[in-house]
Design a protein. Structure first.
Length: 531
């Protein structure tokens, strides 16, 4: 039996038969009704959907595989992507289809990419109704007229109730995320964490788009009001402020996480946002906070009052990775097209818990590639068991878990785009100043915003700069509204000699990490490397 917007291409046509009730392209209200009726979660304030993802409250990168076929053998970065034998994938596929027999499923036919010339038609088949709601928010929803002839280019099948067999399926555990580029199929099993759906699509685009000369980016983006050509992108790992800083009420939000940079400009891959809610404040981030009482917003892994259903934004007893998922139009200043011109500013965000990096630095294109390939931030004590001092994290391209190709492919593309379109590049530290974590204090958000505003309006280019002795980039000496002392991190430390020792330590960490790329980069970038 089928319901709602039955497309020309059905699951039967894809060899998926013997299912129970199949629901095609249900709208938000219908998916909410199904999810509640099936006991997958409960309604929250304002008609949100409150859900727990069980044992998996985050992604499982160690359980992610790429099927090793001849067509991708020479283009996949195998040091970063675990291979799966094609025969093992076929067994996994057959066993998952057997698991699906007689069960009800939810199908969402969606677009990945706001650029009609470069989007990907994706079908997501989910065992959970709320997973259908989640991905309907996160990807882009076709008009009803576009659904009539929809034929998926790639299909994702997600069965949290299926448990993989490592011996039979060539995986690591009962959880598996397996991507087969030849079969145009992604299989997800053994995890209810919805983010696996979203990041599987991102990984897919990260492989497909570079072959078309399009740079896929793990970044947020915005543009000036009324001027899409005055665009900016914000690269950054979790905790660096990527979502917060791009959600500037004085600019138009293009998207908060994943974008492409083509010959015509930048475009959002997604149609929604997946925001962290830990310590979310109505004062600091009013629009994101407002979505937590908006109809059909998915609220993941948050503690709430059983009587009033009020959310506790400080209680991380379930996970620090509590999140909410909502459509982009929930943000008042979001772009209706999710398109922008070529970025005038490229910002790379880092959270330096060592207190060494300045609050902002100007990068040459070669330095930008260096810091892009480095992808530096730092874990702080308390974020993980056993972390007692800042731990450096180098996630190349600011998204190593989602990079199927070699990092240099993305680095070269970015360097070419920056050079071709004359973008200004900035490294922004949202981490610590006046000392390392535990001694110093967090970089003032007001100062960060002031520096970004000066970068965006072009006035920062007219500032006087000094050459940083540790990293070689240019640092402004004075910026209106920002303390001159703050701009020179060594001056913020009570003991300058201690700063020098910490800086030397961080420089060596960069050198050690970047050694892996020295044979694969051009002379200009090699010269920009430290050491």
């Amino acid at each position: 039996m089928t319901t709602r917007a039955n497309p020309d291409c059905r699951l039967d046509d894809q060899g998926i038969t013997g299912l129970g009730q199949v629901h095609y392209n249900l709208t938000e209200a219908a998916l909410m009704t199904q999810a509640v009726a099936r006991g997958e979660g409960q309604l929250g304030q304002g008609g949100t959907f409150l859900v727990s993802t069980g044992a998996h409250t985050g992604r499982s990168p160690k359980d992610k595989f790429v099927v090793r076929t001849p067509s991708v053998e020479d283009t996949i970065w195998w040091d970063n992507n675990k291979p799966m034998d094609p025969a093992a994938f076929d067994r996994l596929h057959a066993d998952m289809l057997a698991h699906m027999k007689g069960r009800d499923y939810f199908v969402q036919d969606l677009f990945a990419g706001a650029d009609a010339d470069n989007r990907l038609d994706v079908r997501v088949v989910t065992e959970l109704a709320w997973h259908g709601l989640f991905i309907r928010h996160l990807l882009r929803r076709p008009d009803p007229s576009e659904l009539a002839g929809f034929v998926p280019e790639f299909t994702i099948i997600n069965c949290p109730g299926f448990t993989a067999d490592p011996a039979r399926h060539g995986c690591r555990s009962g959880t598996v995320i397996a991507m087969n580029f030849d079969a145009k199929l992604i299989l997800i099993g053994g995890t209810a964490y919805a983010g696996e759906n979203k990041k599987s699509v991102f990984t897919l685009l990260n492989y497909l788009l570079p072959a078309k000369g399009i740079m896929p980016m793990h970044c947020s983006a915005n543009h000036a009001p009324g001027n899409p050509d005055d665009a900016a992108v914000f690269f950054g790992l979790s905790g660096t402020g990527k979502t917060t800083l791009s959600a500037d009420p004085s600019r138009v939000l293009i998207g908060d996480d994943e974008h492409g940079w083509s010959d015509t400009g930048i475009f959002n891959f997604e149609g929604g946002c997946y925001a962290k809610t830990i310590n979310l404040s109505a004062e600091a981030e009013p629009e994101i906070h407002a979505t937590t009482t908006r109809f059909a917003t998915v609220i993941e892994n948050m503690v709430f009052d059983p009587d009033t259903l009020a959310l506790d934004f400080q209680d991380n007893s379930i996970t620090d990775n509590m999140r909410c998922a909502y459509p982009l139009e929930a943000i008042g200043n979001a772009s209706p097209t999710s398109l922008g011109g070529h970025p005038k500013n490229v910002i790379m965000l880092t959270c330096d818990a060592y207190g060494v990096l300045p609050p902002i630095a100007r990068l040459t294109p070669a330095q930008a590639m260096y810091h892009f390939l480095s992808g530096f931030t730092s874990k702080t004590p308390g974020t993980e068991v056993g972390v007692t001092e800042p731990v450096p994290t180098f996630s190349t391209c600011f998204g190593a878990p989602f990079m199927p190709r070699r990092p240099e492919v993305y680095g070269k593309l970015l360097q070419e785009k920056i050079a071709q379109h004359g973008a200004s590049c900035w490294l922004v530290n949202t981490g610590w100043t006046g000392g390392a974590f535990g001694t110093g204090k967090r970089m003032p958000i007001a100062a960060t915003r002031a520096l970004l505003a000066a970068a965006m309006d072009g006035s920062l280019n007219d500032a006087q700069f000094r050459r940083d002795p540790n990293f070689g980039f240019d640092v402004p000496v004075s910026v209106p509204g920002v303390s001159d002392t703050l701009l020179d991190p060594r001056q913020t430390w009570a003991d300058p000699a201690a700063y020098d020792a910490q800086a030397k330590k961080l420089v060596q960490m960069f050198c050690d990490n970047f050694a892996q790329y020295l044979d694969a980069i051009d002379d200009e970038t090699r010269a920009a490397a430290i050491g």
